[in-house]
Design a protein around this ligand. Structure first.
Ligand SMILES: Nc1ncnc2c1ncn2[C@@H]1O[C@H](COP(=O)(O)OP(=O)(O)OP(=O)(O)O)[C@@H](O)[C@H]1O
Length: 275
């Protein structure tokens, strides 16, 4: 049994801090001694850029080139093209070329499993693989859900996400039934929260009340702060850019919650095996 946990960060709504959360959960896990690979599965390439690779278009090997080799059944070295960031995480970068993959996947034999096939051989090198999904429920997101052990859903705290959540949960359910029966939902993370506003507090209460019985809403809420936006423009994590700020503290706390959640799942799994 592999010890690696693959987590997809997904929400088809744009701008819910999927990329920011992937990056800070990843570096947070690295701070806790875990080996982490980040997968930039969003053709916008924001994760790649936020880690400082601003000329991603000139990178010879990206997620797209590796997935293409799988589609064409060509041999390739799995860890080729993986970049190492000075804050302790690895990344398979992406550029806009990945947008063509949505179409290429449609007629492919392994159309839902291509990302899973790519990650299979990398799992032995990492404790966590985090996939930053694009804001859609297209083939790339389906690939991420098929490859993942669990999903984390970042949701904007001031936005009542009922409609979007229902759609996402339906897709996750379908993936569980048809492609990946072991896929779990780790939980919903409230992001971009301005807790001084009544709307953010009401949304949080309503989410906890309506969904909390069925799905974990992480205790940590990520506050909104201009330093978070500034840090990604500076190509640094918030842990470097503003290490004593509220966002850095919240992401460190969230990282601890994710580790605990993984340990609980692992213990449950092991005790069911030892019975
Ligand atoms: N805690 C925060 N406070 C302030 N700004 C933030 C915070 N978190 C993220 N942002 C900013 O909000 C914007 C959207 O964040 P991000 O790119 O992480 O969202 P996303 O869900 O990945 O977006 P997309 O759906 O386009 O992929 C970015 O400009 C980012 O810098």
């Amino acid at each position: 049994m592999t010890k690696c946990k693959v987590i997809a960060l997904a929400n088809q709504k744009g701008g819910t801090a999927k990329t920011t959360t992937t990056l800070h959960l990843g570096i947070g896990l690295a701070h806790q001694g875990r080996k982490v690979l980040l997968v930039d599965a969003d053709p916008q390439g924001d994760l790649t850029t936020a880690l400082g690779w601003i000329n991603a278009d000139s990178l010879p090997i990206t997620l797209e080139t590796q997935m293409k080799k799988i589609l064409q059944d060509e041999p390739f070295v799995h860890n080729e093209g993986i970049l190492h960031h000075e804050e302790g995480v690895d990344i398979i970068p992406t550029n806009i070329e990945l947008s063509g993959m949505e179409i290429s996947l449609v007629n492919a034999m392994s159309r839902e499993q291509t990302l899973k096939l790519y990650l299979a051989d990398l799992k032995k090198d990492y404790d966590y693989i985090l996939i930053d999904c694009m804001p859609s429920l297209g083939m790339l997101t389906i690939n991420a859900l098929a490859a993942a052990d669990s999903v984390i859903v970042p949701v904007q705290a001031h936005y009542l996400p009922l409609k979007g959540m229902t759609q996402l949960m339906k897709t996750i359910g379908k993936v569980q039934r048809q492609l990946n029966p072991n896929l779990k939902i780790d939980g919903v993370l409230l992001t971009l929260a301005d807790m001084r506003t009544k709307l953010a507090r009401t949304t949080e209460d309503s989410l906890r009340e309506n969904y909390g019985k069925h799905i974990r809403i992480f205790k940590t809420v990520i506050p909104v702060a201009i330093t978070a936006a500034e840090s990604s423009a500076a190509g640094q994590s918030i842990y470097e850019y503003d290490k004593n700020g509220t966002v850095a503290k919240a992401y460190a706390e969230f990282t601890r919650e994710v580790i605990q959640c993984g340990e609980k799942q692992r213990n449950k799994h092991e005790s069911s095996f030892s019975r």
